[in-house]
Design a protein around this ligand. Structure first.
Ligand code: ZN
Length: 634
């Protein structure tokens, strides 16, 4: 109850960026391939420009203040002069536009009358031109996730950014192969309350997108961003959740973090602090004699130390309203995003080796009162000068609770401060690309291409081939449903066997660490055909695929070298004759009832490398005949 009144309700908006399956990039005719080698490079430095309305984007200023250049690595196989921003963009890819429109139509969005390509300012270096091209194609619509209706806000066609390769102190390194790849962005209306629901919504939307057959598959082709807020609070943008199963954890982390910050703000209000006043004083002279090893080190390196006095914050920087969530940690993240190692604040002075005497001195120098906190920022002088205003800004935000920020999701399902949230001055028209009218014919063609609802598709697949819903869903998720249907029709095999070889066996081998590269659809189909021909038993398929996957041998080679060829009828008859001879007594005593134990013996002799139905048929014939012979002898 208390948390609810303190922090309000959790609201989560999901934004999915899905790569489209296209033969070219969005504004040039380069193929959207990942280049292993990027042999050429060039350097650029971007600066924030005023937008047409005269404002300057805070996110742009933030990135520029870091003062680094960008180095772009490229290969002619995946980039041209368009990516280098040396040549105007080519016309928008009609293939990509058609796919984005189909996605919008499938989500029930209203298609816009005219496609306007806009430039969105991006100054983190991930676009050579300092902007990303983007075009809204649809507005509105909804999906129904297990009875929960989730609104679609917009469907946008956009170009992907350059791939971050790494950085050094002078520049950030990017790969141009990803720049310009066509993406569709779907922004959903916020859903209330439940982190688990967010995971389900993302999974559902991913399936809707796949049902169009127009999206790229594989690792790194889908990326989720989240907008998380507690009702009444400011919205936090969380970028780059790559794995679907991390979504609920990231949301839960954000909820706890934001609730903790709201509690800090409440505590401040209770103390009567309406505004956190901050004053910065250089205290470098104290550092060389400091009890803190970190400060002494900075001083020895010729660094600068600034003490920021933050009024009313004493005790609140180190306070943990929930495990691991502290205002001090937030301020340290801001310092880290500004190229410093972190901060030292007065709630942790003792732990950092700063004794009482030194604290008294620091407080005196910083003019800090009993209730005030002191935050030390240390490092190379120019970096400290750039960082202090950011730290001051963050400390002042403490009274508001949750400041609007862009954060990055980590692999552990947490979030880290990246930069202030971009302002609204970040879009302007791309005048190099003419507007594209959406015609009646285009809309009619789209209406004909809308795919069947994926849930209906899965149910039908299960019904038509007597598969479990779970298996049908696995086929759909692995995007092998069409291939499955073709093989199930072509081959005289149980559909469940076909499905299992397509999805279950490769999954099991992957878990066992068998390399997957050689186990493509072609190899799986060939293996199934061998089973259908009777060249190998279905039971032997995992062993065959394991050999193919680990050795790169062909399916036939693997079957032969493992000695897994199926026994033909002649071989089966020979084995049965010998078994019957060895068990003549049993046949005499049990008659027809000898069938089951004999079947077991024969299969054991054949080591499973024979079709059970064929063995049973031949055994029945031979048994009948040998009983005739036996009765004739007696
Ligand atoms: Zn190109």
């Amino acid at each position: 109850m208390e948390e609810k009144t303190a922090s309000g309700e959790l609201l989560v908006g999901l934004e999915i960026h899905q790569q489209l399956a296209c033969s070219t990039k969005l504004f040039c005719r380069c193929p959207p391939v990942k280049s292993e080698a990027l042999p050429y490079n060039f350097e650029r430095r971007l600066r924030p420009a005023q937008s047409e309305t005269g404002g300057v984007d805070p996110a742009a200023v933030f990135e520029f203040a870091k003062g680094r250049s960008n180095r772009y690595f490229w290969s002619p196989e995946s980039s041209c002069l368009v990516e280098a921003d040396e040549e105007p963009p080519h016309p928008l890819s009609a293939e990509a536009l058609d796919s984005a429109l189909l996605v919008a139509r499938t989500l029930g969005s209203v298609i816009v009358d005219e496609i306007h390509v806009m430039r969105k300012i991006v100054i983190d270096g991930s676009n050579t031109g300092g902007f990303q091209r983007t075009a809204v194609v649809g507005l509105g619509g909804s999906i129904d996730v297990g009875g929960v209706k989730v609104g679609v806000q917009s469907v946008t066609l956009e170009e992907d950014a350059a791939r971050i390769l790494g950085e050094d102190s002078a520049s950030r390194h990017f790969g141009l192969d990803r720049l310009g790849v066509a993406l569709v962005e779907v922004a959903l209306a916020p859903v209330k309350g439940d982190p688990e629901l967010v995971g389900k919504v993302a999974l559902y939307l991913g399936r809707v997108l796949r049902s169009t057959g127009r999206v790229a598959r594989g690792l790194g082709t889908i990326r989720q961003d989240l907008n998380v807020s507690l009702s009444g609070g400011r919205v936090i943008e969380v970028k780059g959740v790559q794995k679907l199963n991390l979504l609920p954890r990231v949301v839960e982390y954000e909820r706890a973090r934001q609730a903790a910050l709201v509690q800090v703000a409440t505590r401040l209000r209770e103390k009567g602090v309406k505004q956190v006043a901050c004053a910065a004083t250089e205290v470098t002279q104290v550092a060389s004699e400091s009890g803190s090893k970190v400060l002494r080190g900075k001083a020895a390196e010729g660094g600068k130390v600034v003490a920021v006095c933050a009024s009313g914050l004493r005790g609140l920087l180190g306070w943990e309203p929930s495990p691991g969530m502290r205002l001090g940690k937030e301020v340290a993240e801001v310092a880290r995003a500004n190229s410093l190692g972190g901060i030292i604040h007065s709630d942790e002075f003792e732990r950092q080796g700063i004794g009482q005497k030194e604290e008294v001195l620091l407080r005196k120098l910083a003019d800090a009162g009993e209730e005030d906190a002191v935050v030390l920022v240390a490092g190379p002088p120019n970096q400290v000068d750039a960082c202090v205003p950011r730290v001051v800004e963050r400390l002042r935000e403490a009274v508001a609770g949750v400041p609007a920020e862009t954060r990055a999701a980590t692999d552990a399902g947490e979030t880290r401060y990246m930069r202030p949230r971009p302002g609204s001055q970040r879009m302007y028209p791309e005048t190099d690309i003419p507007n594209i009218g959406v015609t009646g014919e285009m809309l009619a063609a789209l209406a004909r291409s809308v795919p069947e609802n994926w849930e209906a598709r899965v149910s039908k697949l299960a019904d038509a081939y007597s598969l479990s819903e779970d298996m049908a869903l696995k086929l759909f998720d692995s995007e092998l449903d069409a291939e499955f249907e073709a093989l199930a029709r072509e081959l005289k095999l149980e559909p469940s066997v076909v499905a299992s070889v397509l999805v279950d066996v490769p999954a099991r081998l992957a878990r066992e660490g068998v390399p997957q590269a050689a186990l493509g659809l072609e190899v799986l189909s060939e293996t199934l055909r061998s089973v259908a021909r009777g060249s190998v038993a279905k039971e032997a398929v995992p062993e065959v695929l394991k050999a193919v996957g680990s050795s790169g041998r062909s399916v036939d080679d693997a079957i032969r070298s493992l000695g897994l060829e199926m026994a033909d009828e002649q071989k089966i008859r020979a084995v049965i004759a010998s078994v019957l001879m060895d068990h003549a007594e049993l046949v005499r005593e049990k008659g027809d009832a000898a069938f089951a134990p004999l079947m077991g013996e024969v299969m054991k002799e054949l080591r499973g490398r024979a079709d059970g139905a064929m063995v049973a048929k031949v055994l029945r014939e031979e048994l009948l005949q040998s009983r005739g012979n036996l009765s004739g002898q007696s």
